[in-house]
Structures are given as C-alpha cells and as structure tokens.
Design a protein around this ligand. Structure first.
Ligand SMILES: Nc1ncnc2c1ncn2[C@@H]1O[C@H](COP(=O)(O)OP(=O)(O)O)[C@@H](O)[C@H]1O
Ligand SMILES: [Mg+2]
Length: 224
C-alpha cells in the first residue's frame, strides 16, 4: 500500500525533515508509527497522502508514484483512496453531523460508488458501529471532543477507502478514553481490511498493533 525509498523532504529554507531509506506498509497491515513532537510525523503523512511531494526519492501509494501525478490528480487520488483523521478532527462546524460524515462522497466518484444505497442509513449504521447515539441533523459544532472524534472516524471510513491515516488521533482525549478509542479505530479497520497508519508520540496507544515503528529509527535526520 505504501512504499518509500531514499525519500528526502525539506520544508522551504530548512534542513531535510524526512530522510528515509526504506519504509513499506502492506495492504491490510496496521502500523503504529511513534515519534516525538517535531520529528516529522505530520510531514510524512502529508507526503503519503499526496499533499506534499518528495524533493528526491521514491514514494508509491497503492502502486502509484505520487510525484508523477499532477497536483489535481493527487487530490483525486487522496479523495478516492484515503480516509484521513486529523489531529484536530477538522469537522465543518456549521454543517450537520450527517453532511460532515457524507462529505468525502462529494469529492470522490469511487467512494460514492462504494456506498450504493441509502446514504442516511449508512451514516446511522456507521455511528452505531462507533457507539455514538446522536441526532445527525444537528450541526457538528455542538459535539463534545469525544463525539467529534468519532464523527471524524465515521467520515474517514465513509466510502471504505483502502488506507486510513490518523494523525495523533487521541491527543484531544482524556487519558482513560484514549485506549478505548484506539480499540475502536483498530476494530473498524480490521473489519474492513483497511490498511491503517497511526502516528503518535504516545506509544501507550500501540498495544493492539502487530507492527510498531519508531520514526527516529526510520528517519536518518538528526534531531536536536
Ligand atoms: N507547513 C510547514 N512549513 C514549514 N515547516 C514546517 C511545516 N510543517 C512542519 N514544519 C516543520 O517540520 C518539522 C516537523 O514537523 P511535523 O511534521 O509537524 O512534526 P510532528 O508531526 O512529528 O510533530 C518541524 O520542525 C516543523 O517546524
Ligand atoms: Mg504532528
């Protein structure tokens, strides 16, 4: 699903933040990538999801080399194949919960095709899976942090993308709820055989993962 070789990326006017010789994630694999704050986790995810591109080296996602695609193709690619859970969830506050969860379908023909049938029923089903009982017609702004997080997961799962990416998905949660949440996310990806890549500084969240990697070992950049 992800294959990266001799990858180098630097933000403008800065030293390389990513310098990775080899990193691969197989289809259906679930990987926990740990790394301290500022070590380049979010940057790496923005490369894998095609928001940024490498300065040099090779990065293939789902068999396609991202650097070779024009930017709009990369946007379509991300919309079609990736479900992204942002650190701050990035729900649209004035939209209803239902419209937030359905929003990935607006940008992807493939996701629309995969969600044949009644979309409202699908939203309700997803929220039941996530043990969230809420009125989906209400705006997302009224949700608690824990609810926002589950809605963000439902949105990422909508359209069944092959790759689910989560950037520090528990950072806004109380400690005792973090593990429950990770179990939930892991279980949902397991059910769908999705590939899951979670990055976090908190290795306590990694308990379920068959594969745990440390960005400091993978990344040849010296961190101060
Ligand atoms: N949009 C950006 N522009 C310039 N520098 C950035 C940008 N995003 C991140 N950086 C820099 O890249 C480094 C890694 O950041 P980041 O990938 O956010 O790390 P992490 O997610 O592990 O905390 C930091 O030094 C940060 O300042
Ligand atoms: Mg980050």
């Amino acid at each position: 699903m992800i294959h990266l070789e001799n990858a180098v990326f630097a933000w403008p006017n800065d030293d390389a933040v990513i310098r990775m010789n080899d990193f691969s994630v197989g289809r259906g694999e679930k990987v926990f990538l740990k790394g301290r704050s500022g070590s380049g986790k979010t940057t790496l995810l923005s490369l894998i999801s095609g928001i940024q591109t490498l300065q040099s080296g090779f990065l293939e996602v789902r068999g396609e080399e991202l650097k070779k695609m024009p930017p709009h193709k990369r946007d379509v690619f991300r919309g079609d194949h990736v479900g992204y859970i942002f650190q701050q969830f990035n729900l649209i506050p004035w939209l209803s919960i239902e419209d937030n969860i359905l929003s990935p379908l607006l940008f992807s023909k493939i996701k629309r095709k995969r969600e044949k049938g009644n979309h409202r029923e699908r939203v309700i089903e997803l929220l039941e899976d996530l043990s969230l009982q809420i009125d989906i017609r209400k705006p997302a702004r009224n949700l608690s942090i824990g609810q926002q997080q589950r809605v963000a997961v439902a949105r990422a799962l909508m359209g069944n993308p092959e790759l689910i990416i989560a950037d520090e998905p528990t950072s806004a949660l109380d400690e005792d709820r973090r593990k429950d949440f990770m179990d939930l996310l892991f279980g949902e990806c397991e059910k769908r055989s999705s590939t899951l890549l979670v990055v976090s500084h908190d290795s306590l969240l990694a308990s379920q993962f068959e594969r745990i990697e440390d960005l400091n070992d993978l990344n040849g950049v010296e961190h101060v």
